[in-house]
Design a protein around this ligand. Structure first.
Ligand code: NAD
Length: 507
């Protein structure tokens, strides 16, 4: 593989060919794909006509009708083969992630590793879709709870995890007996085409996967809306901004579908007086600046105790000043580009608003790495007098707002005092303070970490958050239940007909 940014379109073409994506799938279409690495147009992908979506969802529904009768451990075998394809393609697909959305090589590979991990988890799960046996109040009765496939699962994904999000949903959905229809981000269709090709390879090796089981819909919002409105899609898992989730959640609810919403975060960490400040510094740097601040779990607020503020914050400012920013393909810089010019403008607007609200801004300026069509920035550290204005919003860029506190209760109130509720953390070694943060009176988020940052979750736990983050859960723990329908079953194996609650109805 070559290593210069000017050869990006060539390198992408080679990777796509290696992964089995035909040239006509990425040429002559209406969707222009721009690499944020240098701002060059790298492909023109054909979009699915909205008029065809109904037919494709119909085929996915047919595939589900066949797939639901395949024993779950056998469905797990398909996911095992998918994991094998991902292992074999890890380097190429990870590289493609870096080229298409600008992640560092290590983060691109990490994203594919996450896909492999969730496949492993799902294979095990395919033998563990356990129900319950419930004690009946009636003699000679048995009450059970069992789980059936839900049907077609619609997956809408964001640009910043262009392939992992699909796998969190799809690996579980496939073993649960569902078909999956995927609408990827319009900013990252190439990685989606590559993953679809790998899924088809796995299907071929498996033999007998019904066609339409894994369907890809390339397109923009109108394509997403057609998927969201189709009654044959009982579950829609949508990952993206809160703005999108508000629309999708309402539309799915209108037809009584189930929405799994994974939306924006405004994640904070509290640094207590007992914190190990060296560890804190490293953890904050990764969590706030990694992926150029474009993770849903990126640390966006740091709430620091007044006794350690003057020790920690100047050190942090100097890390912000010296952090390496650069082309993720040709350098080993830790901070790569923003996805596009709109992200850059949103960042500058937030910084201007923060200044107006009394904030002191360190960094945040544009850095010329690859010419005028790419958007590299120095991450910004902003000392704020209070939690005001842009501090309460998610700006999808590397801005870390720093606030000072005196009492832990106040810090937790600040922490929880934003509309989002995805990820959180606390730094400290005082067990009382840590436990308070983890207690019912502590963090109100779906994720609460100790002595680490807010980002970098493992797939074994359920992933998601509360409030405007949408309430959905994906990935590990019992998130699989979101892809199945629950059935309670009472069975009478006696010769009489006792009614529940002692009701009498003798004829
Ligand atoms: P976005 O909301 O602009 O787009 C996300 C997806 O939604 C895209 O595929 C887009 O085409 C689709 N979409 C937009 N409007 C739609 C509509 N009306 N109907 C159907 N589909 C529609 O988000 P983005 O800029 O791609 O990603 C960044 C956002 O995603 C951030 O807010 C980030 O926090 C969030 N995110 C959340 C998680 C999570 O798990 N909570 C994970 C990754 C990203």
């Amino acid at each position: 593989m070559t290593n210069t940014s000017s050869s990006i379109p060539n390198e992408i073409r080679n990777i796509l060919a290696e992964l089995g994506v035909a040239a006509e799938q990425t040429q002559g279409g209406t969707l222009k794909v721009v690499s944020p690495v240098d701002g060059s147009v790298v492909a023109s992908v054909p979009e699915v006509p909205v008029a065809q979506i109904g037919k494709l969802i119909g085929e996915a529904h047919e595939a589900y009708l066949a797939w639901r009768s395949v024993p779950a451990p056998r469905r797990g075998e398909f996911v095992r083969l998918l994991g094998q394809e991902l292992r074999a393609a890890k380097d190429a697909l990870g590289r493609l992630v870096s080229l298409e959305v600008g992640k560092s090589p290590s983060e691109g590979l990490g994203e594919v590793q996450e896909m492999i991990d969730i496949c492993d988890l799902a294979v095990g799960l395919s033998r563990q879709l356990y129900g319950l046996v419930i004690q009946s109040e009636r003699e000679d009765h048995r009450v059970t709870e069992q789980w059936h496939p839900a049907g077609v699962v619609g997956v809408i994904s964001a640009f910043n995890f262009p392939v992992a999000v699909w796998s969190w949903n799809a690996a579980l959905a496939f073993v649960c007996g569902d078909a999956v229809v995927w609408k990827p981000s319009e900013k990252a269709p190439l990685t989606a085409l590559a993953v679809q090709s790998l899924a088809m390879r796995a299907a071929q090796k498996f033999g007998g996967v019904p066609s339409g089981l894994s369907t890809l819909l390339i397109g923009g919002r109108d394509v997403g809306e057609a998927l969201v409105d189709d009654v044959r899609v009982p579950v829609v898992s949508a990952t993206g901004s809160t703005r999108m989730g508000r629309i999708v959640g309402e539309r799915v609810a209108r037809r009584f579908g189930r929405a799994i919403l994974e939306l924006g975060g405004n994640n904070a960490s509290i640094v207590t007086p007992s914190a190990d400040l060296d560890l804190t510094l490293r953890a904050v740097a990764f969590s706030a600046m990694g992926t150029a601040g474009q993770r849903c779990t990126t640390m966006r607020r740091l709430i620091v105790h007044e006794n350690v503020y003057d020790n920690l914050v100047p050190k942090l400012a100097s890390v912000y000043k010296s952090i390496s920013i650069g082309n993720p393909i040709t350098s080993d810089a830790l901070v790569g580009p923003l996805i596009d010019g709109r992200a850059f403008e949103a960042m500058q607007q937030a910084l201007a608003d923060a200044k107006k609200a009394g904030g002191t801004v360190h960094g945040g300026e544009r850095v010329d790495i690859n010419g005028p069509n790419s958007f590299y920035v120095r991450p910004a550290l902003v000392e704020m007098p209070a939690q005001l204005g842009p501090v309460c919003d998610e700006t999808f860029a590397p801005i870390l707002y720093v606030l000072k506190y005196r009492n832990l209760e106040d810090a937790i109130a600040l922490h929880n005092g934003v509309p989002q509720g995805l990820s959180s953390s606390i730094f400290g070694t005082d067990i009382r303070e840590i436990e308070q943060f983890l207690s019912t009176r502590g963090s109100d988020c779906g994720i609460a970490n100790v002595n680490m940052g807010t980002s970098g979750a493992e797939i074994g736990g359920a992933f998601g958050g509360e409030k405007e983050t949408g309430g959905g859960r994906e990935s590990g723990s019992d998130a699989w239940k979101g892809y199945m329908r629950r059935q309670t079953s009472a069975m009478n194996y006696g010769r009489t007909l006792p009614l529940a609650q002692g009701v009498k109805f003798d004829i």
